[in-house]
Design a protein around this ligand. Structure first.
Ligand code: PMP
Length: 392
């Protein structure tokens, strides 16, 4: 019996991480342990150097040049809340493949008069760009979209969306939860105004890390969602104007940022292009194995972004006549293959793909998944399907 854990749930959170990540967290906890921007002794300055370096590493990764524009939060959900609730709304456009990290804050804002429209997509989750101009209204202020779907890996055409937003004067906000660290992303080349990232998925860092990078101009218009001590400008009870302090009240997640620092160095050394190539090979191998499996239906296989970018390594299937939750449980029980079943916090994406409300069984490999593990997963899936009679 297969006992080694095969994590094909990397879209939820990546596992394992490069060993340097846990080492950096432990090292901070045991040898430094100081706060930043507050005290004036050596270990505090050392911690501050690492935090600044982490901002610089994020700039290098995302093609930005101003580390003060990098704001740390607890993850992409927090970042999207800051951006969606802090920037003037009125009317915004979203893709049809959004996660609830975008949809719930937007629906919450409907009470205060914010409205939104979804840009239609086909049954593979591929955005219909031709509908875009007709959706813009006089009061449209922003376009928010995920870079890659956490349900089927479909990638949105950021380059074309970015140019469109620039032409129309819309703030372009991108959720990179499923793509950061897994493919090259250049904020300037893609005309992204605000990029939200999470540390614990493709960036291979600890849970509870993440943030956003914001251009100076939208930052000036953005209302801070939270207020508190920053260790700076302590003479005043007003929220500081300076970045990143304006959007970073309270003590940051320093063990997490130290871990993220190590993860980012590992990613930059490995190269996003190499990570993308390796994960694409895993996606292709998995897709091929699933295509050869009877009793499942692969959901919405997207083509890519039309500019050479393949889907991110996330594949969803349905198991017609069989309970997908049982399939998922047996995969874990019999082969230690970890998958995720259900709606993946993305009802809008499932509606687009025609899999609402039952959802899908999702497979998401990562950089450390071995090719043979994909084969083990496919074989285990075929065995499990044979064990469950139709109609159960
Ligand atoms: N957006 C997308 C596309 C996601 O896949 C996720 C995580 N499933 C999130 C946002 C939220 O990420 P986090 O829980 O790290 O805040």
């Amino acid at each position: 019996m297969q006992t080694k854990r095969i994590c094909l749930d990397q879209a939820a959170t990546s596992f394992p991480k490069p060993p340097v990540v846990a080492e950096a967290v432990l090292n901070y906890m045991t040898s430094n342990g100081s706060n930043v921007s507050r005290s004036s002794y050596k270990s505090a300055y050392e911690a501050e150097d690492t935090v600044l370096e982490t901002r610089e590493l994020l700039c290098t990764l995302f093609g930005w040049d101003d580390p003060a524009c990098v704001i740390f939060t607890s993850g992409v959900t927090a970042s999207l809340n800051w951006l969606i609730k802090g920037l003037p709304g009125d009317h915004v456009l979203v893709s049809s493949m959004e996660h609830n990290a975008v949809m719930r804050p937007l629906v919450q804002l409907q009470k205060s008069g914010v409205t939104f429209d979804r840009i239609p997509a086909d049954e593979n989750g591929q955005m219909d760009l031709s509908s875009l101009p007709g959706l813009v209204r006089d009061n449209t202020k922003a376009l928010i979209c995920t870079h890659a779907s956490n349900v089927n890996g479909a990638v949105n055409p950021l380059e074309r969306l970015g140019s469109f937003c620039k032409e129309q004067g819309l703030t372009f906000i991108v959720d990179t939860a499923q793509s950061a660290g897994r493919c090259p992303i250049d904020m300037k080349a893609l005309s992204i105004d605000c990029l939200a990232f999470t540390g614990h998925k493709g960036l291979l860092g600890p849970q509870g890390t993440g943030g956003f990078i914001i251009r100076r101009e939208p930052a000036e218009k953005m209302e801070p969602l939270m207020a508190g001590g920053t260790g700076s400008f302590s003479h005043t009870e007003l929220i500081p104007e300076a970045l990143p302090d304006r959007f970073e009240p309270g003590t940051p997640n320093l063990p997490g940022i130290f871990g993220l620092n190590a993860a980012l160095k590992w990613i930059l050394e490995t190269g996003c292009g190499n990570i993308y190539a390796k994960e694409k090979a895993l996606y292709d191998r998995l897709k091929e194995g699933l295509e050869a499996t009877d009793g499942i239906r692969i959901i919405g296989c997207p083509e890519g972004d039309g500019r050479g970018m393949a889907p991110m390594p996330v594949l969803s299937v349905t198991t017609p006549g069989r309970d997908a939750a049982l399939v998922s449980a047996l995969l874990d029980e019999q082969a230690s293959v970890q998958t995720r079943v259900g709606l993946h916090c993305a009802p809008s994406a499932h509606r687009t793909l025609g899999t609402f409300p039952e959802g899908t069984l999702r497979f998401s490999p990562g950089y450390f998944t071995a090719g043979e593990e994909i084969d083990i997963c496919v074989e285990a899936l075929q065995n499990v399907l044979k064990q469950i009679p139709l109609g159960i």
